[in-house]
Design a protein around this ligand. Structure first.
Ligand code: 5GP
Length: 181
């Protein structure tokens, strides 16, 4: 299914439930492309704010906020927008953080749900796609900061990427130009 169709569906679902005002909290950087398309698909006028997080170690569920919200969300209806929920540890941390700020409601919208890897239960109100246990790149999702700009999602090989972070660049861009003059 096309990403655009899924984003449009999510935008409609969220708009239908939140006619009385909404704060979209997007988690940087992975939700970059997703949240901008989601915003365009709303039939309501939410405000948007951003949180940036950083992991203490790769693959660790321990995260810290490196850029906090500008808005006070107390008493507001909030939808947290994530790129992908994997083990659920990041989301658990974020829900704890935001929950302490006493929002009127707090829901989660994720583009991708890798639920086979879940460690912590994740209350997901809105899901774009369920994905199997593969490493996904593109449409905001990165490897070492690369590939976020792809207008598609691809299943990537993390072992090959670790050996050569450029491994998909040639396939995705180079192959077309090479030898074409
Ligand atoms: P969790 O704490 O749920 O295990 O991990 C969530 C975070 O891990 C995501 O926000 C994302 O940064 C990263 N992540 C998990 N799975 C993938 C994946 O398949 N591809 C990429 N690029 N990042 C992932």
């Amino acid at each position: 299914m096309a990403i655009g169709a899924a984003v449009t569906r999510l935008g409609r679902e969220i708009s239908a439930r939140h006619r009385d005002g909404l704060v979209i909290v997007a988690v940087l950087k992975g939700s970059l492309l997703f949240v901008s398309d989601l915003m365009r698909s709303f039939t309501i006028q939410p405000v948007v704010d951003f949180l940036a997080i950083s992991r203490y170690a790769p693959d660790s569920g321990r995260v810290r906020i490196v850029k906090d919200l500008d808005l006070d969300i107390s008493g507001r209806d909030v939808v947290l927008v994530e790129d992908i929920v994997d083990t659920g540890l990041t989301l658990g941390f974020l829900l704890g953080e935001l929950g302490r700020r006493s929002p009127a409601s707090l829901e989660v919208c994720t583009l991708l749900d890798k639920r086979v890897r879940r460690i912590l239960p994740a209350p997901l109100a809105y899901v774009g796609f369920e994905v199997p246990d593969v490493f996904v790149l593109g449409y905001g999702l990165d490897f070492a900061g690369r590939y976020r700009n792809l207008d598609m999602l691809i299943a990537a090989d993390p072992v090959a990427l670790t050996a050569d972070p450029d491994i998909y660049v040639d396939q995705l861009y180079g192959a077309h130009s090479r030898g074409s003059g």
